[in-house]
Ligand binder design. Structure first.
Ligand code: S0N
Length: 289
């Protein structure tokens, strides 16, 4: 073995410490927070490409999603596209290379998959506000959102099999959960486009409103959600995910149990005892039936 592969070098490694990570100026998206509303809005801003995403677009959306998640003032996140012609037309075929979509660093990526997971795990509701085309990876993004509000000009569908791409992850499985196995196979195998009303009828989206009412109706839904208990919403989302996400889903739901437990006197007794270097006294806490 040694003769063929040689020995592995054993010299000491030199670590270069990095104390700052890059800040990104938003180019492909617009990020807004509504005054005093608790709503953040992320708008894909490439209307000349029907809001197709490239790696930088996804990177920027993910940063803003993280910001909105960490902002205690934000309770709902709206994902949308600039203009009225498209929500998102999927991956930018102009930068598709071998192995993924290529950004300025020349590395091919499928980082939209990371965004799908981020939306899935977001502990706040994410609403897709869809005008125009939601096709390919754009349809998958709207499917990953908790709620979809569509304008009456919206069009949905998968184009992958026509352009040599597919999403065999959430893009297939989440679709089947939403519309059923037969319909999901039809959508993927025939790669047809569907009107907003057809999408509503098959359970792909939540509601259809006139285009000119899209923003207004979305804000009404946001306000209605924001009246409700944030903890109830986050645990319900985790529970709905957990039923389908296996160990990852249980981890998310379990995290919520820990979050709640940390807010109880029983949880705090353990921490306090450790800090005070004494034995914890859990005797006063009930053992519920
Ligand atoms: C959206 C369509 C139907 C709109 O038609 P319309 O209104 O007639 O406009 P066009 O004249 O066709 O388009 C206007 C300009 O925009 C450009 N453009 C549109 N879409 C794209 C795109 N996706 N990529 C690059 N450019 C786009 C047009 O080229 C045109 O530009 P000019 O004026 O310069 O010619 C229609 O545009 C359409 O069908 N678009 C293509 C839709 C499509 O096939 N999308 C890709 C599907 N695949 C994916 O999304 C894969 C995504 C992915 O990364 C992935 C990978 C692994 C696992 C999962 C996924 C995932 O799906 O998320």
């Amino acid at each position: 073995y040694q003769r063929i592969h040689g020995s592995v070098p054993r010299h000491a490694v030199r670590w270069n410490s990095i104390s700052m990570v890059q800040q990104v100026r938003l180019q492909d998206i617009i990020y807004d927070k509504a005054d005093g509303e608790g709503v953040a809005k992320i708008t894909i801003n490439r209307p000349e490409k029907r809001n197709a995403f490239r790696p930088e677009t996804i990177e920027e959306i993910m940063r803003c999603m993280t910001d909105a998640r960490d902002d205690p003032e934000i309770g709902v996140i709206v994902l949308t596209g600039a203009g009225t012609k498209a929500f998102c037309s999927g991956g930018d075929q102009g930068v598709r290379g071998e192995g993924g979509y290529v950004g300025p660093d020349k590395v091919p990526r499928l980082n939209v998959l990371d965004l799908q997971v981020q939306i899935r795990r977001m502990p706040k509701p994410v609403i897709a506000m869809v005008a125009g085309y939601a096709v390919g990876g754009g349809n998958i993004l709207q499917m990953m959102c908790d709620i979809t509000i569509a304008a009456d000009n919206a069009v949905f569908g998968q184009t992958g099999p026509k352009v040599g791409s597919f999403d065999a992850g959430y893009g297939s499985t989440q679709m089947a959960r939403l519309v059923g196995q037969k319909k999901a196979r039809e959508i993927w195998f025939l790669a047809r486009l569907y009107t907003a009303q057809q999408a509503l009828d098959m359970g792909l989206i939540n509601t259809v409103v006139p285009l000119e009412k899209l923003q207004e109706e979305t804000i009404v839904w946001c306000r209605e959600i924001l009246r409700n208990s944030p903890t109830a919403l986050r645990v319900l989302k985790a529970a709905l995910n957990a039923a389908e996400d296996g160990q990852a889903g249980l981890q998310e739901l379990g995290g919520n149990a820990t979050l709640l437990f940390y807010q109880t006197p029983e949880g705090n007794e353990g921490r306090q005892a450790y800090l005070e270097k004494r034995r914890p006294d859990f005797s006063k806490f009930s053992r519920f039936p």
